[in-house]
Ligand binder design. Structure first.
Ligand SMILES: Nc1nc2c(ncn2[C@@H]2O[C@H](COP(=O)(O)OP(=O)(O)OP(=O)(O)O)[C@@H](O)[C@H]2O)c(=O)[nH]1
Ligand SMILES: [Mg+2]
Ligand SMILES: [Zn+2]
Length: 317
């Protein structure tokens, strides 16, 4: 006798998957070695967030036989040179980038690459600035400037200290309101506090957290697989913890598309003299004019140039 059930993948180690059935039980499942989804070249055919059909065999083993169409998915390339990609999660409503101004430092190029990539995937992005308890006066001013910049681009921002997050805090409340009825992927450099935030919102330790290396002021890649958690105070809110991202590639984007993923640059570019302006050297470029007049932040323009540079290099691969 064969049996089938439908469920949601909530954990993936690469070789096995935890599937939450519609009935509310969690089953350990496997995928046959030759299982592929057409059109996607990835190292993992099934990812956290996938809605799947599972076949239960008489010997008690569970096999994923079908993956429902995805509304979206976030990919990480295994290395910049590889064509194979790793699907971090599927069917998500938001990607949240956890940013620390310090310990470890997150630079604006990293933030802007992340935001541009989220735009390319058409997944709304939010920024959560963490470890505000560690900031000195100067760093606090810098944080305020970052928050003002990204709010002006209509990205929601939150400032928290994940280690002292209290339900009475206003930031805790607004974060919970935001997470309501959604699946949110937490990402950011190793050590920024993704697992710590998750544990704080879940109310007890579900995810392992790591120390910041004293020598390098960086995280140590504590989380090694993706897992999805339901918040106990709001069963409609899900958070997905992912391994720290070393670098976000931009190689899927065509060179001329990159500016579309920078909201500020894109909206200004309609006033450029040439429709195919790359905003680098062309006369009559409204974008460069706006940068000079501080209507576009120079950090944003630098990030744009940096992504453009990657594309030029990748042509010679
Ligand atoms: N002072 C302070 N420390 C924090 C805060 N949030 C996290 N930390 C510490 O930062 C370290 C790293 O936190 P993790 O939650 O493991 O970081 P992660 O982003 O999950 O890292 P990976 O799993 O390696 O990607 C831990 O020692 C946390 O206690 C905060 O708001 N303030
Ligand atoms: Mg972690
Ligand atoms: Zn231009």
């Amino acid at each position: 006798m064969q049996d089938f059930f439908k469920g949601l993948v909530i954990r993936s180690t690469g070789s096995s998957f935890s599937v939450l059935s519609e009935g509310g039980d969690v089953h350990e499942c496997h995928v046959k070695g030759n299982f592929r989804i057409r059109g996607i070249r990835s190292t993992n055919p099934v990812a956290v967030g996938d809605n799947v059909t599972v076949e239960q065999l008489a010997d008690g083993t569970n096999w994923i036989t079908d993956v429902a169409d995805r509304k979206n998915y976030i990919v990480r390339r295994s290395t910049n040179l590889s064509k194979d990609s790793h699907i971090l999660a599927a069917n998500i409503d938001y990607v949240a980038l956890i940013v620390t101004v310090n310990h470890p430092q997150t630079n604006t190029i990293f933030i802007d690459r992340f935001l541009a990539t989220a735009e390319a995937y058409r997944v709304p992005a939010v920024l959560i600035f963490n470890k505000i308890d560690l900031l000195d006066g100067y760093e606090t001013e810098y944080l305020k400037a970052l928050q003002a910049l990204y709010s002006s681009l209509d990205y929601p921002t939150f400032t928290i200290s994940a280690t002292n997050l209290q339900p009475s805090d206003s930031q805790y409340q607004s974060l919970m309101d935001f997470l309501h009825c959604s699946k949110t992927l937490l990402s950011g450099n190793s050590g920024v506090g993704k697992s710590t935030l998750l544990n704080a919102l879940v109310g007890h330790d579900v995810a392992r957290t790591g120390l910041i290396s004293a020598a390098h002021d960086k995280g140590m890649h504590t989380t090694t697989f993706s897992q999805m958690y339901r918040l106990p105070f709001d069963h409609t809110a899900w958070l997905i913890d992912t391994p720290g991202i070393k670098g976000f590639g931009s190689f899927d984007m065509k060179r001329e598309e990159i500016s579309h993923y920078f909201r500020d640059i894109f909206s200004m570019s309609k006033d450029c003299r040439y429709y195919n302006c790359t905003h680098t050297h062309e006369p009559g470029c409204a974008v460069r004019q706006a940068v000079e007049e501080h209507r576009i932040a120079s950090s944003r323009y630098e990030s744009y140039l940096s992504m453009l540079g990657d594309c030029t290099e990748s042509k010679y691969r």
